[in-house]
Design a protein around this ligand. Structure first.
Ligand SMILES: *Cc1c(COP(=O)(O)O)cnc(C)c1O
Length: 378
């Protein structure tokens, strides 16, 4: 069909080649020491992430999903509590609430940020509402200062699923640090990705941090705590070696992602309104833009994906349906609010390849194909 090389949705092969000598050196040291889990490299990673984000505490654990669970458990969120979450987000944002015995209340999102719509949040607050879980998706932050105000007005806790948000700051404050706590995920495709799973809890609250540290390690928490809460969710030295190495080039990676995203936007903007490109945050919030995912919207998503797949271009649907339509959530009382924006995004949005290893030629190829699909000028 074509002699052009495939454009995978994600590839880190060139980065891995570049980073291999440093990573293998660190892993060799860890192996020689005989510390494989939660050793000095993990300690150093926690320190370096705390410096990078400005968090008083950065606590490593097994993955972002566990980080969310540990954070809510440590904060005492549980049975009888309602937590307001967006209807359009990754599954774990809401499953963590159910995991700790609390109830998610799903509300609609803002079509520009894909994050919690503050008006919808206000409308969903009731007598049992205990917390708001803000999520920062794709390339920009939620309207976090407003959500902070809403939480304060109603005496609610604010948490952040900042799993995608490393590097995103609003008014100089890093995502995850606007409320009681936030998380990071180091899933391989994330902006700072490991070569396996890892995650972190970020918090300025020392007491919460101490409880997260106890909960993440079963041996420490079963002593005088509730064994039902005891987790074993830790980070290993191999992932810490990868993450330390990659953290040293994170800002370069973020710059590269921004240049690639700008290239996509330049090429795809002329297709509006048939294809819409991501909405950039207002100038005063520019610091909050970090390109984790480049998401476009189109009414002809299924056919476009088929066309790109046939030409060996990878895509990913973020997120295939509103959480209110997930079979495990749809019958919950918290799934009663209408979520038209989440529904439209789940039907129309598709992520294009975006990672530091991607070349400008590959972006051009993806854009050429999208133009060709729409029969427009190239
Ligand atoms: C990736 C992600 C998570 C979960 O992180 P894992 O490390 O994969 O468990 C949670 N929430 C959001 C919004 C994410 O993108």
């Amino acid at each position: 069909m074509t002699s052009n090389p495939p454009v995978p949705f994600f590839s880190g092969a060139a980065s891995v080649r570049r980073q291999w000598p440093e990573v293998s050196g660190l892993v060799r040291q860890a192996a020689a020491r005989g510390t494989f889990v939660q050793g000095p490299l993990v300690g150093e990673l926690e320190e370096r992430i705390a410096q990078y984000t400005g968090a008083r505490n950065a606590i490593a654990c097994g993955n972002g999903t566990d980080a969310l669970i540990l954070m809510l458990q440590a904060a005492g969120i549980g049975p009888g509590d309602e937590v307001v979450v967006p209807a359009y987000t990754f599954f774990a944002t809401a499953s963590c609430v159910v995991h700790v015995g609390a109830e998610p209340v799903f509300v609609d999102v803002d079509p520009r940020s894909y994050a919690l719509d503050p008006a919808a949040v206000r409308a969903a607050i009731g007598p049992r509402t205990k917390a708001i879980m803000a999520v920062h998706l794709f390339h920009r932050t939620a309207d976090i200062a407003v959500l902070r105000d809403i939480a304060d007005e109603h005496g609610l806790e604010l948490f952040e699923d900042s799993a995608e948000a490393i590097g995103m700051r609003v008014a100089g404050r890093h995502a995850g640090l606007w409320g009681r706590g936030g998380v990071l995920s180091f899933f391989p495709t994330k902006t700072l990705g490991a070569w396996g799973d890892a995650g972190m809890v970020l918090t300025d609250d020392d007491e919460l941090a101490q409880r997260v540290r106890r909960l993440r390690s079963a041996e420490e928490s079963v002593g005088d705590g509730d064994p039902a809460e005891a987790a074993h969710s830790v980070c290993d030295e191999i992932q810490a070696a990868v993450l330390l190495t990659r953290l040293s080039v994170l800002d370069q990676d973020i710059d590269r992602r921004a240049r690639l995203a700008a290239h996509y936007t330049r090429r795809l903007e002329p297709l509006a309104p048939v294809v819409t490109t991501p909405v950039i945050a207002p100038a005063k919030e520019q610091g909050s833009t970090v390109w984790y995912v480049y998401l476009i919207e189109t009414d002809r998503r299924t056919e476009l994906i088929e066309y790109l797949t046939a030409h060996e271009v990878g895509t990913e649907i973020y997120y295939p349906r509103p959480l209110t339509e997930q079979p495990c959530f749809r019958d919950l009382p918290g799934a009663r609010h209408p979520v038209p924006v989440a529904k439209a995004a789940a039907e129309r949005a598709v992520g294009l390849p975006l990672y530091p290893d991607l070349t400008d030629e590959q972006v051009d190829r993806v854009c050429d194909l999208i133009h060709a699909f729409h029969g427009g000028p190239r």
